[in-house]
Design a protein around this ligand. Structure first.
Ligand SMILES: NC(=O)c1ccc[n+]([C@@H]2O[C@H](COP(=O)([O-])OP(=O)(O)OC[C@H]3O[C@@H](n4cnc5c(N)ncnc54)[C@H](O)[C@@H]3O)[C@@H](O)[C@H]2O)c1
Length: 338
């Protein structure tokens, strides 16, 4: 098996998950790590291997790099992804693809004409619970889906924003709780529901006023083309990071995701359908367990020259929902999602 050379750009809090996933694969090697903060690159290279560089553009022409993991602040994603795609590299970018829909579309356009592929890290699509929910919807085993809700109540402190000053600002984070923390749940809701007819929502800053420019709390009502209704509530204003809760009401039963377990409620009985695997979870528990699965799957697709399914077209959808929430919050009326 030939070896796929990997590079990680941005050596902050999410980067170790990517490095460990690369190290866990046969036929993959971390060749270089880049961070504009030299101490971050050097420390990361000592811990996880690879050559430390401070300017990612030095890696564009490197023949020993096949796959690039973009783990930088949100506003950096678009330019970096486009540069590497133009250089013919395979690009796996952390969420969100970009700070807004137009920038995400530019990345997707670059991917369409590149030798390389684009993958977007929505690792929660790989959770056992998400896979089981999607199978239940697609199989119709519980009848049609009628409505669903997603609730994310997390905590982000002043220190979180102080430690990485790109967070909490429109120009560099592109939004607040919507684009950074709850984008995964919004992505799941749109993945489960299908084509969106309209989005109405609102955003507020409930407790982080004076700390962040962006919202820490949001709600939305998502109306799907197939008449399914999705309700969403997300906040960083809680005092703990609770597991994400989902409820999907079908014609013949209800699926409930609580404490990362999935239950079926039917005919007055609750049945446990799946629970988290007992293996060690890398990173924070509320990031979910799917990172390693998604990264392995991306590498498998590259190795087998198959199109990776969470591409630019898929990656942009949650950003469109978020844009719809911001627009309707500003004008207080339902707006098309696109
Ligand atoms: N999928 C998930 O569940 C998940 C979880 C956490 C973070 N993330 C995402 O990962 C990305 C990074 O977040 P983080 O929490 O690791 O941020 P961070 O602030 O901890 O790290 C970002 C790193 O990028 C470096 N950097 C900044 N500009 C750079 C440039 N021009 N070139 C190279 N390096 C540069 C910084 O010096 C820093 O080391 C974000 O997109 C975030 O949303 C995803």
């Amino acid at each position: 098996m030939s070896t796929l050379g990997a590079a990680i750009i941005g050596c902050g809090s999410i980067a170790p998950l990517h490095a460990k996933a690369v190290a866990s694969m046969e036929g993959a090697k971390l060749v270089a790590v880049a961070d504009s903060h030299p101490a971050h690159a050097e420390q990361f290279a000592r811990e996880y291997g690879g050559e430390a560089v401070y300017d990612y553009t030095e890696l564009l022409g490197r023949a020993d790099i096949d796959i690039v993991h973009i783990c930088t602040p949100h506003h950096q994603h678009a330019q970096m992804a486009i540069d590497f795609l133009r250089a013919g590299k395979q690009v796996l970018t952390e969420k969100p693809m970009a700070v807004d829909v137009p920038s995400a579309k530019r990345i997707a356009e670059a991917a369409a004409v590149s030798k390389g592929q684009l993958g977007v890290v929505f690792q929660n699509r790989y959770n056992d619970t998400s896979v089981r929910i999607k199978q239940t919807i697609d199989s119709g085993i519980l009848g049609g889906l009628r409505c669903m809700k997603g609730v994310v109540t997390w905590q982000r402190s002043e220190a979180y924003y102080r430690d990485s000053p790109w967070r909490g600002k429109w120009a560099t984070e592109g939004g607040g709780v919507l684009i950074n923390q709850t984008i995964h749940t919004l992505d799941l809701l749109q993945w489960f529901g299908g084509e969106i007819a309209s989005v109405k929502g609102s955003v507020t800053t409930d407790v982080l006023d004076g700390v962040i420019e962006v919202e820490d709390t949001a709600h939305a009502c998502i109306q799907f083309e197939n008449k399914v209704r999705g309700l969403f509530y997300g906040t960083n204003a809680y005092l703990v990071n609770s597991p994400v809760e989902l409820e999907l009401v079908f014609e013949q039963g209800t699926l409930l995701q609580r404490r990362d377990c999935l239950y079926l409620w039917q005919d007055g009985h609750e049945t446990l359908l799946c629970k988290p695997s007992s293996g060690k979870v890398e990173g924070k528990s509320y990031w979910g367990t799917g990172h390693q699965r998604l990264i392995h799957d991306f590498y498998t697709h590259i190795r087998e020259d198959r199109h990776f399914w969470i591409d630019g077209t898929e990656g942009i959808k949650a950003l469109e929902v978020i844009a719809g929430i911001y627009r309707s919050s500003a004008s207080a009326s339902p707006k098309p999602a696109k």
